[in-house]
Design a binder for this molecule. Structure first.
Ligand code: GLU
Length: 312
């Protein structure tokens, strides 16, 4: 499959990114992802981009976009290029969807979550709470017979990618080593555009990473289970596969991942002293050692030392 020509060449060097969803201000967990990806880019003499993933508009909080930027800047984590907003990139996602449609690997799906849950239950498959349901392929036979006749633009249905049989994805995570996922068994045909017309994270992140020429994706381990889907989409769309490095999650006192949805406390970047304290906590979580005492260093000095201490 040929690589689309208008993408930035990976030969132009390391390009990393931080891609927060503006569902709230940064908390200790998101600072770990921001700092880890920033340090990896700086250590490798690369660029670090900021992308605001404001795709799921009902979940986004308007002021969070500005808060996140102010918090990053207060911590000295500046970005190198213009910020990309996913809410402004519908045409790019539609183009990718059109391409997949041309490749005849999409089908329309009218299943609600409840229908899927009922079908799985009738098959004796139970999905633990908070875990994604493996799509049982209910709408797929129609696709196989009709070979796509519907116009997906205004169908009011979700659009799923039809996975080939034995769709097994293997990759090497720079921190966690060899990873492997059988997409048929563990995910099923997944949604690229929802019935309400919103493009999904899986499609948007793959299109944006490719169009921004991202060579290294450094992010929290909570996203590890999405990676195989993204690698599969990259392959079908003819994009280069970036390197992946997943960072350890920050857990709360109940062992749950910190998240904006569970109202994790935002980091305190009121002044340099407090920002440095937050950075030190994040660095400790990332396993960085022998960093200068924040009392006696500026943020810039501390970040330089942290970059030297970064191993990857
Ligand atoms: N927007 C996603 C989040 O905030 C991160 C996406 C990514 O890094 O791939 O969880």
């Amino acid at each position: 499959m040929s690589i689309p020509k208008n993408l930035p060449s990976p030969a132009s060097g390391y390009r990393g990114r931080f891609a927060p969803s503006p569902t709230g201000p940064l908390h200790a967990g998101s600072l770990v992802a921001a700092l880890g990806s920033w340090l990896d880019a700086r250590k490798n003499g690369g660029k670090w981009l900021l992308r605001i993933e404001d795709l799921d508009t009902p979940r986004c909080i308007p002021e969070a976009t500005q808060q996140i930027q102010s918090q990053l800047l207060a911590c000295g984590l500046s970005w190198d290029e213009e910020i990309i907003y996913q809410s402004q990139r519908q045409e790019a996602y539609q183009r990718a969807l059109d391409r997949l449609n041309d490749l005849e690997c999409l089908y329309a799906c009218a299943c609600s979550r409840q229908t899927i849950a009922n079908t799985l239950a009738s098959l004796g498959i139970e999905t633990p709470r908070n875990q994604e349901m493996v799509y049982p392929g209910t709408c797929r036979p129609a696709y196989l017979i009709s070979n796509l006749t519907e116009d997906f633009k205004d169908s009011g249905k979700a659009w799923r990618i039809a996975l080939p049989p034995n769709c097994h994805v293997d990759f090497q995570d720079l921190a966690l080593g060899h990873q492997s996922q059988n997409l048929n068994q563990e995910v099923g045909d997944f949604v690229l555009r929802r019935s309400d017309g919103l493009f999904t994270y899986q499609l948007a992140v793959v299109v944006d990473d490719a169009e921004q020429g991202i060579t290294h994706i450094v992010r929290g381990e909570d996203l590890l289970s999405n990676t195989a889907r993204q690698i599969y989409l990259q392959k079908v769309l003819g994009y280069q596969r970036p390197e992946y490095l997943h960072l350890p999650l920050v857990l709360d006192e109940y062992g749950e991942k910190l998240s904006k949805q569970t109202l994790a406390t935002q980091i305190n970047t009121q002044d340099d002293k407090r920002s440095l304290m937050e950075l030190r906590k994040a660095a400790k979580h990332l396993g960085l050692k022998n960093l200068p005492d924040s009392q006696n260093s500026t943020i810039a000095e501390w970040l330089l030392a942290a970059t030297r201490a970064w191993k990857n």
